[in-house]
Design a protein around this ligand. Structure first.
Ligand SMILES: CCCCCCCCCCCCCCCCCCCCCCCCCC(=O)SCCNC(=O)CCNC(=O)[C@H](O)C(C)(C)COP(=O)(O)OP(=O)(O)OC[C@H]1O[C@@H](n2cnc3c(N)ncnc32)[C@H](O)[C@@H]1OP(=O)(O)O
Ligand SMILES: Cc1cc2nc3c(=O)[nH]c(=O)nc-3n(C[C@H](O)[C@H](O)[C@H](O)COP(=O)(O)OP(=O)(O)OC[C@H]3O[C@@H](n4cnc5c(N)ncnc54)[C@H](O)[C@@H]3O)c2cc1C
Length: 666
């Protein structure tokens, strides 16, 4: 029987201080009591699968062993999931993603199968294509990935070099990788795991180029798993993180696939080689939009994980004296520590709330596209780009801040903060590099600004530009609503400045493209300001909406958090607000005090708030963040697992050290 340990006394006291019902908040964050119950039930089942417990911590395994262990465990996870879903409802994607962390410490080699392969078949395949591949893919009879990026191009996908040339005689496409730069590079699971992939390639028919399109390609034999003739595939080697994601490379040499393997929901190639254009060529980019939306939720989760570890540790850890002769204080009582940590909690809430409405907006666009309507697509693209960029960047900063807030122990692999950071920081680059996505949103903002100047009606997320043009800046008040307006004024001001800068360069004789490049620092600043305004506005509106349906004690805490988020960003961007809004120096002084008040109000609830994220110890995998707070004991227990501690004297002593010391003797 597993030993039950006493909970650390500081944590017990912290939990007693909590002023709201932790369970109520967990249900709210999960999206309902039923979702929480389903999640806990599944996590409980996983907890009791003996084969999922690692005898040796993953960090001590070799690159190869680590990968093999990850495949082994992901297969078990999939089987447990299948059994679970036979008896009950299909697990929600959020719940299965969360449970995945309990099984694979790093990233699963099947990550891209569920994350992009299956969604691309759904989003880009015709009903017939879905009928052919979806059942197999969902049952994992075929395993796939999303192979778009090449050695030479990740961002500029119109420049991809893999070719798919149509041969009308055989009704096949011939895939080729003409140069080393055209090799696919990065796709998760491609290295040695998958047998299929979505390949994005340049379509050629009768010598004419028709742009990039997605193709479903079998790359390995289903029996032997050997690469098929004409396929060169392998793993790209170790990275900063993503140790078990099995990222790979792929090249084609005259590799033929049937015509039906081009995913043809949008554009089509008929038997005789006639090309039929889709409603909008950018619909080929649809899977990326979906993943960018989901990365906002992923960022919320990573921030919640880091906050849970760092807040619990800060409650357990005592260091230094505030006053002489008094005991050393819990580090969570240092205001600077609260400044580092409480914004982490609020940020996770801000992203969760943002995801809630962004995902609804995404579903609406998908529904509209089904009816051949695409009016809201540009706005969704602009929102998903800047919110993916900002949420992943903020999450990266926050996770690192939480690691630093744990002092030296945060640097231990067993704190799990380094792995969470490796994961979080990758999201800043993948699925559209940070700056590149901000520039996509800026492109939309420039158009919106022009429309505002022409007096046109704008989409809801940029409607503030019209208000800004029409009215004088609102009289400043230190209320969340007016501060959000202030963020909109900053965004509008920066959008106008960037627009004017482009015009200035054009007037001076530059091409529009050069003028764009010359103004691009201002453009990304405008995009960032727009993101912040959207995040604060959406978070505030969602909090007001949910507050009416929760208990007054919880509503109060949620209100503290949203205020903290807004005031934190007011102080962080005070310079911008002073330039672009009516805020005064005195208002900033008042807000500094308000911020300190909010830290004090959140202080008694800090541990309760991270408990409400309800991230089990198995998912958290952290010596510093476990629910019972046995920090020092766990650090020691984990250290004892080091293979270097398994023998009293390591052989390197006899081989190298002893002769070395002898020689050094005077
Ligand atoms: C406890 C609580 C917490 C909660 C708990 C939560 C629990 C946990 C969470 C659980 C949640 C659930 C699951 C979460 C899973 C998340 C992870 C999933 C796994 C996946 C892993 C992923 C691994 C990584 C995979 C990868 O990395 S896969 C590769 C990704 N690669 C890229 O992303 C390439 C970037 N590059 C481009 O996207 C293009 O290159 C480029 C720049 C756009 C230019 O494209 P170009 O064609 O040149 O177009 P332009 O000329 O610029 O523009 C021309 C015109 O088109 C327009 N337009 C451009 N686009 C688009 C577009 N889409 N749509 C519409 N329009 C567009 C543009 O607006 C312009 O319009 P106009 O102005 O003319 O009107
Ligand atoms: C962990 C990880 C997993 C991945 N998984 C997959 C996968 O499963 N499938 C897949 O297909 N791909 C995958 N990728 C690839 C990923 O999508 C690309 O790396 C990403 O889109 C960035 O492209 P890039 O590497 O070409 O960067 P680059 O575009 O070369 O970026 C380099 C620099 O150039 C700048 N830059 C580029 N273009 C512009 C511009 N127009 N304006 C201003 N600045 C610019 C960027 O801002 C950046 O600073 C993965 C990447 C990582 C790191």
């Amino acid at each position: 029987m597993a030993t039950v340990h006493k909970i650390n006394e500081d944590l017990v006291k912290e939990r007693q201080k909590c002023t709201f019902n932790v369970q109520e908040l967990t249900y709210l964050l999960d999206g309902g009591e039923e979702v929480t119950k389903e999640r806990r039930e599944f996590e409980n089942i996983l907890r009791n699968v003996k084969e999922l417990q690692d005898e040796v911590p993953e960090v001590y395994l070799s690159h190869k062993e680590r990968y093999e262990n990850a495949v082994r465990k992901t297969c078990i996870l999939q089987n447990v999931r299948n059994d679970f879903e036979k008896k009950r409802e299909v697990l929600s994607p959020r719940n299965i993603f969360r449970a995945g962390y309990a099984v694979i410490k790093d990233v699963s080699p099947f990550f891209l199968h569920n994350g992009m392969f299956v969604p691309t078949i759904i989003g880009q395949g015709t009903p017939e294509q879905q009928a052919e591949w979806l059942p197999k893919a969902k049952a994992m009879a075929i395993i796939g990935t999303y192979a778009q990026t090449e050695l030479g191009h990740g961002t500029f996908i119109r420049g991809l070099e893999t070719t798919a040339t149509y041969d009308a005689k055989t009704e096949e496409f011939i895939l080729n990788s003409p140069k080393v730069t055209s090799y696919k590079w990065w796709p998760g699971g491609l290295g040695t795991t998958v047998n299929h992939c979505i390949t994005v390639a340049q379509l050629y028919i009768n010598g004419k180029k028709y742009g990039i399109h997605p193709f479903i390609v079998q790359i390995r034999d289903l029996e032997t798993h050997k690469p098929l003739p004409g396929i060169k595939v392998g793993e790209i080697g170790p990275k900063m993180g993503f140790a078990t994601a099995n990222n790979g490379f792929l090249g084609f040499q005259n590799f033929r696939i049937p015509r039906k393997n081009m995913l043809m929901k949008n554009a089509q190639v008929l038997k005789d080689g006639t090309f039929v254009k889709g409603m909008n060529e950018k619909l080929t980019y649809g899977t990326m939009v979906m993943v960018r939306v989901n990365i906002v939720s992923d960022s919320a989760f990573h921030t919640a994980m880091a906050a849970t570890i760092a807040v619990r540790y800060a409650a357990v850890r005592h260091q230094s004296q505030l006053k002489a002769k008094e005991p050393e204080v819990q580090i969570i009582d240092y205001l600077t520590q609260q400044h580092k940590l409480f914004i982490a909690i609020a940020t996770s809430h801000a992203f969760s709330n943002t995801y809630t409405w962004l995902y609804q907006a995404y579903l609406k666009v998908v529904e509209d596209l089904g009816k051949q309507k695409q009016d809201h697509l540009p706005e969704l693209h602009a929102l998903s780009c800047c919110l993916k960029a900002t949420s992943s960047r903020d999450a990266g900063v926050i996770v690192e801040q939480c690691r630093l807030a744990c002092g030296g122990h945060g640097y231990m692999a067993s704190s799990n903060l380094p792995i969470i950071y490796g994961y979080t920081t990758a999201a800043i680059t993948y699925e559209g590099e940070h700056t590149v996505l901000l520039l996509q949103t800026a492109r939309y903002l420039m158009k919106a600004w022009m429309s505002a100047l022409e007096g046109k009606v704008l989409a809801p997320s940029v409607a503030y530009l019209v208000d800004w043009l029409k009215s004088d800046k609102q009289r400043w008040q230190n209320t969340p609503e007016v501060i959000v307006k202030g963020f909109q004024h900053v965004a509008a001001g920066k959008i106008k400045d960037a627009f004017d800068a482009i015009q200035k360069h054009v007037k001076a004789g530059k091409d529009y493209e050069d003028a764009w490049n010359l103004a691009s620092v201002q453009l990304i600043k405008a995009s960032e300001a727009h993101s912040r305004a959207i995040l604060c506005d959406g978070y505030l509106r969602e909090t007001v909406r949910t507050s009416s349906s929760v208990s007054p004690s919880l509503a109060k805490v949620l209100n503290h958090l949203v205020q903290l988020y807004i005031v934190y960003w007011t102080l962080e961007t005070a310079g911008d607000l002073l330039v672009y809004s009516n805020i005064g120096k005195d208002d900033i002084a008042v807000l500094k005090e308000k911020y300190e008040e909010l830290l004090a109000l959140i202080r008694p609830n800090a541990v309760g708030l991270v408990d409400a994220f309800d991230i089990s110890d198995e998912i958290l995998q952290s010596t510093l963040g476990s629910y019972d707070g046995r920090v020092y004991e766990r650090l020691m227990e984990e250290a004892m697992k080091s293979p270097l501690n398994k023998e009293p004297v390591n052989q390197s002593f006899h081989k190298y050290l002893k002769p070395f010391i002898k020689k050094a003797k005077l």
